[in-house]
Write a protein that binds this ligand. Structure first.
Ligand code: GLP
Length: 265
């Protein structure tokens, strides 16, 4: 696992966008695994801007989002389909037919999830999975005790998640859907590379547990420790509780592979 600490939130978001853009430049038919949440809003704005400035085309790309609230149609402003169109897809030249978000109103969730897994496989697997982190340590909506081998499925959201996400639902956790469809931890780990972005002091404690603590299904993000190509990007506030900050900074400054990631081409 690599840890990149950025001075500011803006730098962390710009770097995340740059890594995605660099992949699309190198592999125009890349399969992107995408995430939602407030953290990603700025990332997508930076990505759309970068694509415009550098003439990067997403025409050959396809995408798979991590999750969707159960019960919300894609037309609902709080659905993740709506979020993705609004924050990213409407601003780049990706063919929306090739963008996938689990359907929150599918007749049969089991079938929807199985089809989602199948579509990912048929697309050749996810090249880069972008991830945020929940205050309970979740990736996607893999709440505490999600099996580390779990696949795309319908889940119950935790009280912490309802609280964390209620701002978008009028501030009352009771308004947040109680269930969601989410890629599983095992599904996420199948991606060729994973990139987790954490910003702000509210993520500091859980990020330290996920990165430096033991791997546990209580904190699904800790499963990234199993991944061969997992990168964590954190701003200084989110990195504040990491024990080995000095080492991560040393690697950033001295490792040629890391320099290549950070370098502006
Ligand atoms: C939701 C998503 C997660 C995301 C999390 C972070 O719960 N299901 O995939 O990581 O939000 O949210 P935020 O970026 O708003 O802190």
């Amino acid at each position: 696992m690599e840890v990149i600490i950025c001075k500011t939130t803006e730098e962390a978001c710009q770097l995340t966008a740059k890594i995605i853009a660099d992949l699309v430049k190198a592999k125009p038919n890349a399969v992107l695994g995408l995430a939602t949440g407030r953290t990603m809003e700025r990332v997508y704005a930076c990505l759309a801007q970068r694509a415009k400035e550098k003439g990067i085309s997403f025409k050959g790309c396809s995408s798979f989002n991590l999750d969707e609230y159960w019960g919300l149609p894609g037309t609902d402003v709080n659905s993740y389909r709506y979020y993705m169109n609004y924050h990213l897809f409407d601003h780049i030249d990706i063919d929306k037919a090739n963008t996938h978000v689990p359907c929150g109103t599918a007749k049969c969730p089991v079938e929807e999830c199985a089809n989602y897994e199948k579509a990912m496989k048929e697309a050749g697997g996810v090249d880069l999975q972008l991830l945020g982190i929940g205050v309970d340590g979740h990736i996607g909506f893999n709440e505490p005790l999600s099996p580390l081998s779990s696949r795309t499925r319908k889940v119950v959201l935790s009280a912490e998640t309802l609280e964390q996400n209620c701002e978008m639902f009028g501030g009352d956790p009771k308004n947040v859907p109680t269930h969601a469809l989410t890629m599983g931890v095992g599904t996420v780990l199948d991606a060729k590379a994973c990139l987790l972005l954490a910003t702000g002091s509210s993520k500091a404690e859980i990020l330290a547990k996920a990165v430096e603590g033991p791997v546990t299904s209580m904190i699904s993000s800790s499963a990234l420790q199993f991944h061969q190509h997992a990168t964590i990007i954190a701003d200084e506030a989110a990195a504040a509780k990491l024990q080995r900050q000095a080492h991560y900074r040393w690697v950033m400054e001295n490792d040629p592979d890391m320099k290549a990631i950070l370098e502006e081409k």
